[in-house]
Design a protein around this ligand. Structure first.
Ligand SMILES: Cc1cc2nc3c(=O)[nH]c(=O)nc-3n(C[C@H](O)[C@H](O)[C@H](O)COP(=O)(O)OP(=O)(O)OC[C@H]3O[C@@H](n4cnc5c(N)ncnc54)[C@H](O)[C@@H]3O)c2cc1C
Length: 411
C-alpha cells in the first residue's frame, strides 16, 4: 500500500473540484505513444476531468514492457507475460488509434498519421520513448541485438545466448549517458553472469562501458562485478565503440578490435524520431527535448508537451519517472483547461530494483522537487538512496513494485 501511495504521489497535490462530464468536450488532447508515459497521461486525464477528449496514438496494438525484460533472457519471464493492452483506456473513454504519427505541426497542434489522417487538438503530448543511433560501419541489429526496446529484439538476444558455445564470449556495450534506465545495463550484466555460470560454465561476459564509471548504484554494482561475478564478468570503462562489422561480429573500439560470439550492443540514444523531426530535440547535443517541468510543455512550442524518455530533464529516463511526469503533465493540463492556477511545487519519485542474481535484487530510490531558482527537478536531500547489498526479499519487493506500477499505468 505504501508503494502504491508513492506511485500516486505525483498527483497528490491536485486539489480540484469534481468535474462533471460535459456534453461536448471542453478541450482535447492528442497523445503520441502509448508506453509508460503516454498511457499514464491518458488514464489520469480521464480520471481527473472527463470533460477532456483524449486520443492516444501508438503504432503497436499492444505494449511490451521494457521493465523486467532482461528476465526474458534468463527464461524467468516471457514476452507475452510482459504484454499490456489498451483495453482499460478504451473503457475509460480514451480514443485509441493504432497508427504511426509521421509529422507534427507544432504551432497548430496537428498530427499527420501514416494512414494519411490528420488530427488536431488543443494540445499534443509526445511520449514516443527513444530512438537508437546506429553505430558506424556494417551494423545489423539482427546480428548485434540491443534488446533495449522489448519485443522481438529481446527474443532474438535470448535465442543467441541460448545457442552460444559453452565456452563462448558474450559482449555487452553500455552507451554514454543519458540513456534509458541508468542501472539497466549493469543489472542485465549481473543477471546474465548468474545465468551463464549455470548454463554456460566456461563462458565469459565482457562489459564495455562508454562511461568513466558505473553511472549509478556504484557500491552494489562494483561489489557484484568485482566480487560475486568476478569469475564471469570483465568490466572495461571508457570504451567507445567507433564502428562495427556485423558479418564478422567485430567491434572496433577506441582501444582495440573485439570479436565475440554474442554481442548485445546497446546503441547511443535520442528522443523518439517524431520529436527530432519536429525540431524539438535541442538539448543533450540535439538528442532530447527541453521542457518546462511544471507541465512538460516544450520550451520551443507551448502547445506541445514532451514526457517520458524523450524529454531532457534532470530526472532519470525510467518507467517510474515516465509515470510521474505523465501525472504532472495531466495535472497541468487539467488546470489550464479549467482556468486554475499552475502547481508551482511538483514532486516526483522513482524506485528502481536491480537484479543482481536470478533470485536476488538491490534497490535505488529518489525523490525530486521543483527548484524555482534553476527551474529544474532537484533530488531532495536525505530522501534518495540505495539498498545496502541485495537479497531475495528485495527481489520479491521488485515483483510487487512492478505489478503496482504497471497497474497504475495500464489498468
Ligand atoms: C531492459 C530495460 C529494463 C528497464 N527497467 C526499468 C526499471 O526497472 N524501472 C524503471 O523505472 N524503468 C526501467 N526501464 C526504462 C523504461 O522502460 C523506460 O524509461 C520507459 O519505458 C519510458 O517510457 P516512455 O513512455 O517514454 O517510452 P516507451 O515506454 O518506450 O513508449 C513509447 C511508445 O511510443 C510509441 N511510438 C513511438 N513513436 C511513435 C510514432 N511516431 N507513432 C506512434 N507511436 C509511436 C512506441 O510504439 C511505444 O509504445 C527499463 C528499460 C529497459 C530497456
Amino acid at each position: 500500500m505504501q508503494r502504491r501511495s508513492l506511485l500516486l504521489a505525483a498527483g497528490a497535490s491536485l486539489a480540484l473540484p469534481t468535474l462533471s462530464l460535459a456534453a461536448a468536450p471542453k478541450a482535447s488532447v492528442i497523445i503520441v505513444g502509448g508506453g509508460m508515459a503516454g498511457t499514464t497521461l491518458a488514464k489520469f486525464l480521464r480520471l481527473w476531468d472527463r470533460g477532456i477528449a483524449v486520443t492516444l496514438i501508438d503504432r503497436q496494438p499492444k505494449y511490451v514492457s521494457n521493465i523486467m525484460s532482461s528476465l526474458v533472457l534468463t527464461g524467468q519471464r516471457t514476452v507475452s507475460q510482459l504484454t499490456y493492452t489498451y483495453d482499460s483506456l478504451r473503457r475509460r473513454g480514451v480514443k485509441v488509434v493504432i497508427d504511426e504519427v509521421r509529422a507534427i505541426d507544432v504551432v497548430n497542434a496537428r498530427v499527420t498519421l501514416a494512414s494519411g489522417a490528420v488530427l488536431q487538438a488543443d494540445r499534443v503530448v509526445l511520449a514516443p520513448g527513444i530512438a537508437f543511433e546506429a553505430p558506424a560501419g556494417a551494423y545489423d541489429d539482427q546480428r548485434m541485438p540491443h534488446a533495449w526496446q522489448a519485443g522481438p529484439q529481446t527474443t532474438l538476444l535470448a535465442q543467441q545466448l541460448a545457442a552460444m558455445p559453452e565456452n563462448g564470449l558474450a559482449v555487452m556495450s553500455i552507451p554514454p549517458t543519458p540513456y534509458r534506465c541508468p542501472p539497466g545495463p549493469y543489472e542485465r550484466a549481473c543477471l546474465l553472469a548468474d545465468w551463464l555460470r549455470v548454463n554456460k560454465p566456461r563462458a565469459k561476459l565482457l562489459v564495455l562501458d562508454a562511461n568513466a564509471d558505473f553511472v549509478t548504484e556504484k557500491d552494489n554494482f562494483s561489489s557484484a562485478f568485482f566480487g560475486l561475478h568476478a569469475d564471469v564478468i570483465e568490466y572495461r570503462n571508457n570504451v567507445v565503440i567507433e564502428s562495427v562489422d556485423a558479418p564478422t561480429m567485430t567491434l572496433y573500439t577506441n582501444t582495440e578490435a573485439i570479436t565475440a560470439d554474442v554481442i548485445n550492443l546497446i546503441p547511443r540514444q535520442r528522443a523518439g524520431r517524431i520529436v527530432t523531426d519536429a525540431g524539438l530535440a535541442t538539448a543533450n547535443g540535439g538528442r532530447f527535448a527541453p521542457v518546462d517541468v511544471l507541465g512538460y510543455a516544450s520550451t520551443a512550442a507551448p502547445r506541445v508537451h514532451v514526457i517520458g524518455d524523450s524529454s531532457a530533464t534532470t530526472q532519470p529516463k525510467a518507467g517510474h519517472i515516465a509515470n510521474q511526469e505523465a501525472k504532472i503533465c495531466a495535472d497541468a493540463l487539467v488546470r489550464v483547461f479549467n482556468g486554475l492556477p499552475q502547481d508551482t511545487a511538483p514532486v516526483t519519485n522513482s524506485a528502481c530494483f536491480s537484479t543482481i542474481t536470478q533470485t536476488q535484487a538491490s534497490w535505488l530510490t529518489a525523490v525530486f522537487q521543483y527548484d524555482p531558482a534553476t527551474r529544474t527537478m532537484v533530488s531532495v536531500p536525505n530522501s534518495s538512496g540505495a539498498s545496502d547489498g541485495w537479497s531475495a526479499g528485495h527481489f520479491k519487493d521488485m515483483n510487487t513494485w512492478f505489478s503496482a506500477l504497471m497497474a497504475d499505468s495500464f489498468a
